[in-house]
Design a protein around this ligand. Structure first.
Ligand code: UGA
Length: 445
């Protein structure tokens, strides 16, 4: 049994390394030559906890290899895992061209029966469409072997993708029973350790993935909308969250108010689900509202700064802590930090930015008005008028409050306990859905 994984992005790469760790022979294919060369040397293009050591170990074991040669990989494998990107088109729908590029290679060059495993997040119904496309393609080329298509959505979180893969709460596979059984055998070591294996139809598997992400995004937008109410009424979102989360039916997870969700998944998947609903004639109003609330939430920083500085940010210097869309990753796709920085610059402010992992020098190389600091402390000593916190990296959460006394702080991720802020007597401290603190006084209702 040889597994070919197409796409060495975070899902493909983590899956390839973890399948090898489970004892399978894996060849991982990517079109990017530099990426393949680096990976073959044990260098990872993404920052992901535990990935480097597992990658080195699996390369050394001889079970894992990387190549740009999709045709060779395809002809030597019987399990074909597609993990290529599915970026958003302008109308919010997912672009499947990279997925179909792989499917076409499989139709043309596969030599033996096998399964095509769709790990990329694809619109509802795509796996069935791809299955028909593959059948017709093989038939037209008078190939006698069959390639069965299964949907196997991924539930990895960036930053903890390796441990999420190896301790998955559930493994979802949609497809025909024989194909599902073949994939189940690959996952057997995880199932033996307690991961639940659910088999279903392809379309149910696809929808399970979208529904899970939309539900999580919905919880975030829900608490963010409540935080807007809390802020207006001088209530405290921390108290509200605690009260809500003690109801077991609600639970505490994904109820942290902040400047909105970002990343490569929630924004894209929610919009794609809205598109799918519209094209299927289903009312998408709840799903569309998740996205709309998130867009409003991303303006929290500029709205609060404008209020504080009497709607004139021109000539001000704003320090920004954190650019990554969340801690533990160097990914800045759809990061809320970027919308805020753009808004501050448009309002005439200058930016001094720092992130512990993101390569800010490269990211902002062409952005006028942005300079990069070497540390969180260097941001504070750069003569800033205000500090904006966009990512809750541990080094910010654990930062001594005594060093923030004189700077007006706008905390977009509620990093600090409000009582501790008051005790430290910060001059001005604003956070999301919580009363402001001025010179040690909490202005609550
Ligand atoms: C998300 C899902 O959590 C994974 O289950 C899924 O597999 C993945 O998308 C995917 O589809 O590939 P990820 O995008 O890595 O994972 O990040 P999350 O940890 O879910 O965070 C997403 C965003 O929500 C971040 O910007 C984070 O700051 C924000 N967030 C999260 C909040 O604003 N509040 C919260 O309470 C939780």
């Amino acid at each position: 049994m040889t597994i070919a994984v197409y796409g060495a992005g975070y899902v493909g790469l983590v899956s390839a390394v973890c399948f090898a760790h489970l004892g399978k022979r894996v060849v991982c294919v990517d079109v990017d030559e530099a990426r393949v060369a680096a990976l073959s040397q044990g260098q990872s293009p993404i920052h992901e906890d535990g990935l480097i050591s597992l990658l080195s170990a699996q390369l050394a074991s001889g079970r894992l290899s990387f190549t740009t040669d999709a045709i060779r990989a395809c002809s030597e494998s019987n399990i074909h895992v597609i993990a290529t990107g599915t970026p958003s088109l302008d109308n919010g729908a997912a672009d499947l061209s990279q997925v179909y590029a792989v499917v076409n290679i499989l139709i043309e060059h596969s030599k033996a029966p096998g399964i095509i495993v769709l790990k990329s997040t694809v619109p509802i119904g795509s796996a069935d469409e791809i299955a028909s496309f593959v059948n017709q393609g093989l038939e037209a080329r008078q190939k006698t072997h069959h390639l069965s298509v299964v949907s196997n959505p991924e539930f990895l979180r960036e930053g903890s993708a390796v441990s999420d893969f190896l301790t998955a709460s559930r493994i979802i596979v949609g497809g025909k029973p024989e194909a599902v059984s073949l994939l189940k055998a690959v996952y057997q070591p995880l199932i033996d350790q307690g991961s639940l294996f659910l088999s279903m139809s392809r379309v149910s598997a696809e929808l399970s993935k979208y529904a899970s992400n939309a539900m999580l995004a919905c919880k975030i937008s829900f608490i963010n909308q409540i935080s807007q109410l809390a802020q207006k009424t001088k209530a405290n979102i921390d108290d509200i969250r605690e009260a809500m989360s003690l109801d077991e039916r609600i639970g505490p997870h994904f109820l942290s108010a902040g400047i909105g969700y970002g990343g490569s998944c929630f924004p894209k998947d929610v919009r794609a689900l809205v598109q799918s609903s519209k094209s299927l004639g289903v009312d998408p109003s709840l799903l569309a509202a998740i996205d709309a609330v998130n867009e409003v939430q991303k303006t929290w920083g500029i709205v609060e700064m404008n209020r504080h500085f009497n709607h004139d940010l021109s000539g001000l210097k704003i320090g920004v802590w954190g650019v990554a869309f969340k801690p533990g990753t160097d990914d800045v796709r759809e990061a809320s930090s970027l919308s805020s920085i753009k808004a501050f610059l448009e309002a005439g402010a200058e930016i001094v930015v720092y992130d512990p992992i993101v390569d800010c020098q490269t990211l902002f190389a062409k952005t006028k008005g942005v300079s990069v600091a070497a540390s969180s402390k260097d941001v504070l000593t750069a003569g800033i008028d205000a500090l904006f916190i966009a990512t809750e990296w541990p080094e910010f959460v654990n930062f001594p409050l005594s060093l923030l006394i004189d700077v007006s702080t706008f905390d977009g991720r509620n990093c600090f306990d409000l009582r501790a802020v008051a005790e430290a007597k910060l001059a001005h401290y604003y956070s999301v859905g919580r009363p402001k603190v001025v010179k040690g006084v909490i202005h609550e209702a």
